[in-house]
Design a protein around this ligand. Structure first.
Ligand SMILES: Cc1cc2nc3c(=O)[nH]c(=O)nc-3n(C[C@H](O)[C@H](O)[C@H](O)COP(=O)(O)O)c2cc1C
Length: 356
């Protein structure tokens, strides 16, 4: 099976979730024996269709432009058995780069009018065109974000060249967060499996699709975490790319935000087979307390104090946030008695162990 995979994401270097998903799909297709070529539209020169209809009149089937579409992509597309269109979702549809490409497929259509079985007028195809797979990712957490796009794609579909699969992954930006390492692996494994299934049987099983679409968190949590992230980007004066390249950490401004973020940095395995309680008594900007019930599989955040925490940290709120965001050295601040720890100090060190 000959496949061309056309990627319209402008982002590169691990930042593009479209590319990440596409690479897994292609990996699976190649493993199943397909010959797949990836075409990144960001490297190509594709002019806009100028609506001259030269390809329908003076030179039937031939576009007037001389660019990467006419020289390379169109010929490869007509020879392919399957085309994968991979696009980020922009404004509920394909991005403009993919849309520009789609308009340039006009030479594949004849100008004549025919009527289908429902009495609807249409233009017949000039020659064989490949079946299609559409892959898209988006930022919002709900799968319904793709509804308009899916309806639109159906309106583009012809029975001679059906869409065999729509692979849509919502909440794609969160996928690469270290909180979801296991889920990311499962989503990418499932996407690779989808590639194998498409080559083997021409469709994706329900089970594989539901693994691809698995939710990461509820929309309320998504919004809270997202807002802390964007506020941190703005406060640091960095782009999203720079935030990740500099290894920055989102900063909590309130105890509630801290309770939401903190569990993600804790080595919960340090709790062993039991439960440990880690409490913070903050001072300075706020005098609130909170504590975390930690077992190896779960961390529950609670407001207020616990009577018998295994570890109690008393710290100025802003100082502790400086330590969390690597702006202050936790060990140095401890030696200088800027905060205190009571209880099991070695347990605390284990709980805070990085990359455990
Ligand atoms: C101009 C623009 C429009 C977007 N529109 C939507 C949208 O309608 N719905 C959505 O959930 N995400 C939207 N997003 C977010 C992208 O879909 C998301 O960041 C995705 O990961 C981008 O794909 P990439 O990682 O391959 O670049 C938009 C992003 C941009 C830059």
């Amino acid at each position: 099976m000959k496949v061309i995979a056309i990627n319209s994401s402008p982002r590169i270097g691990g930042h593009s979730k479209t590319e990440m998903m596409l690479n897994s799909l292609v990996h699976g297709m190649r493993n199943a024996g397909a010959e797949v070529e990836i075409i990144n539209l960001r490297d190509k020169k594709i002019n806009n269709c100028i609506g001259c209809f030269t390809c329908w009149s003076k030179t039937p089937g031939k576009c007037i432009h001389k660019d990467d579409m006419t020289k390379e992509i169109f010929p490869k597309w007509t020879e392919a058995d399957l085309v994968v269109h991979a696009t980020p979702l922009y404004n509920h549809t394909m991005n403009s780069t993919m849309s520009t490409l789609m308009e340039r497929f006009l030479p594949a259509i004849q100008p004549f009018f025919e009527e289908d079985e429902d009495g609807k007028t249409f233009h017949p195809l000039r020659s064989k065109v490949p079946k299609a797979v559409w892959l898209s990712v988006c930022g919002f957490p709900e799968d319904s974000e793709f509804k308009t796009f899916s309806t639109y794609l159906k309106s583009l579909t012809r029975k001679e060249a059906p869409i065999v699969a729509e692979i849509f992954r919502a909440d794609a930006e969160s996928l690469v967060n270290h909180l979801y390492t296991d889920k990311l692996k499962d989503v990418l494994d499932a996407t690779s499996k989808a590639g194998m299934e498409l080559v083997a049987s021409g469709k994706i099983t329900k089970d594989t699709m539901s693994r691809i679409k698995q939710p990461l968190h509820n929309p309320q949590r998504f919004a809270k975490l997202g807002n802390i992230f964007w506020k941190s980007c703005i406060a640091e004066g960095v782009t999203v790319k720079e935030f990740s390249e500099k290894g920055l950490v989102p900063r909590a401004e309130t105890v509630e935000e801290f309770m939401l973020l903190f569990p993600y940095g804790v080595n919960s395995k340090a709790a062993g087979d039991g439960k440990v309680v880690l409490q913070f008594d903050f001072n300075g900007k706020t005098n609130e307390s909170c504590y975390f019930d930690i077992t190896k599989d779960n961390i529950e955040a609670k407001k207020g104090g616990n009577n018998s925490p295994e570890v109690l940290i008393k710290a100025p709120f802003d100082l502790w946030m400086d330590i969390m965001t690597q702006k202050a050295d936790g060990e140095k601040m401890f030696m200088e008695e800027k905060y205190t720890v009571s209880g099991d100090l070695s347990l605390m060190l284990e709980l805070f162990k990085k990359d455990a």
